[in-house]
Design a protein around this ligand. Sequence first.
Ligand code: AGP
Length: 606
Amino acid sequence: MCGIIGVLGKSEASPTIVETLRRLEYRGYDSAGIATLHNGEMHRRRAVGKLSELENVLAANPVEGLIGIGHTRWATHGAANETNAHPHKAGPVAVVHNGIIENFARLRDELVANGIVFETETDTEVVAQLCAYLMADGMSPVDAAGATIARLEGAFALAFMFEGEDDLLIAARRGSPLAIGHGDGEMFIGSDAMALGPMTNRITYLEEGDWAVLTRQNVTIYDALGNRANRELQLVNVDAVRVDKGNYRHFMAKEIHEQPSVMAVALSHYLTQDRENVQPPVSLDFSSYDRLVIVACGTAYLAANVAKYWFEQIARLPVEIDIASEFRYREPPLNGREGMIVISQSGETADTLAALKYATGKAARTLAIVNTPASSMEREADDTLQILAGPEIAVASTKAFTCQLSVLASLAILAARQRGVIDNTQEIALVQTLMSAPRLVSDAIAAENAIEAASRDLAKATDILFLGRGSLFPLALEGALKLKELSYIHAEGYPSGELKHGPIALIDDQVPVIVFAPSGDLFDKTVSNMEEVMARGGKILLVTDEKGAAEVSKGVWKTIIMPECDPLVAPMVYAIPAQLIAYHTAVEKGTDVDQPRNLAKSVTVE
Ligand code: AGP
């Protein structure tokens, strides 16, 4: 996901832009750039790679000026190179952009037919060229920008700057969030409030379709219909001190270790004071639904997979789950008797937002479970629940996953009560079990040294399988996803019982098989699956509890011991080895743990 910054300042803009771009690094990027105005002239510097590359360029060739725009680019259209890096410039116009201009080809053809020569492969250049073309045709910068924005189709956040206009920036939001920061005689634009934290906590969030004209003294906002709009100026509690790693080597390590505390915070917001009953911060009613439809991407989708077991087993409520990028294109029939839930850490994932929009007006009600305030999904959904995990900086989702599970488990218990499936005594018992999750997750983290030791061997593998049964099958998928996205080792997750239907052909002594199997009802069946693997020379890394280890210690390659736990909270507990195996294997392999290659923290393009 790209990052946008705009500064209308009283001091040199360049250092402020670079500092705020650094606060947007967590979004993932492959190039960065800056443009400033000085004495009416525009100066632009861009670099491929990390922000430090841009800083090297600026050290060798600094830019001056009190006004500027900056950008971190995650490539969508066009390779990750300097030519395609933002800001893009055409005539007197410079633009930075997050998102996708879906009609860029048509606009480009129109401009080329009028003699315009393009320099880049990007969709963004069309915005600068169209605005410059309209200015050359006599429009003022503001009118040309407004007319340009009106021609665009797609999801985007934009910031414009104009040569000769050293007290003007223009911002636009459609499908990608954009915040305006109000300083003292200064004005700022940022992709999120956290980026603007060091300069101001006085924030106005643009609404869907808004565009804004900024000077140092004021902001004029227009809505999608071109009417003047008033948007609330909020005091956003963004910690002005950088979100930092503390004494951890990576943000991911910090966020893994934060899970016991943030899960406890999340649960406390979803339970009554006496910790006996579920009471979400928003009034919800599951009693009238025939079914739930839960849609998400990536790790959030795997949280949905776990939730299916809980809603169906505890509340007897049928659940259909789907990957967001598939959902709306299969045109699922929604008859107004289902509840639609989307799960998204960022609240901005384009595929999930599109699924939510598809269901709006069709499903009985829509609920967004997110971890980010003022997100696009919050604006779109009938109801929104925050998972209260705090800012998750590492691209790999960890604490958001276990907080999503904490909230989903509490909702499953609520649904069971509302549907008359459980009585108050049973609810109290389930809530007490759920309340044990943070402590058990803390106990699971205590296995980190054993996991780190095992990961040194796992790092030598080129293919790894993960197995799990029941509500731990999604954890096998999550373990594989985490390992792939962090260590770049190919991994797949399977239901333990599925191995013999084909994947067992993959097994030899070069393919470690990681099995998530707490002792209990399904354990014996999983043991027989493990024996099928070991009989073919496969190496089993068994993640289980003391009881399980005692039953099957022989022949297993390695064993990681988890705390014994109730099946209800096993998915939260076994999320820890899934995360730590991926983390330590990645550290062993030397990959970029917090910002793995090719990945973005939130994918705001389809
Ligand atoms: C998770 O580790 C990945 N980074 C990715 O799969 C992520 O879960 C997915 O992109 C969904 O993001 P969201 O929760 O912000 O919608």
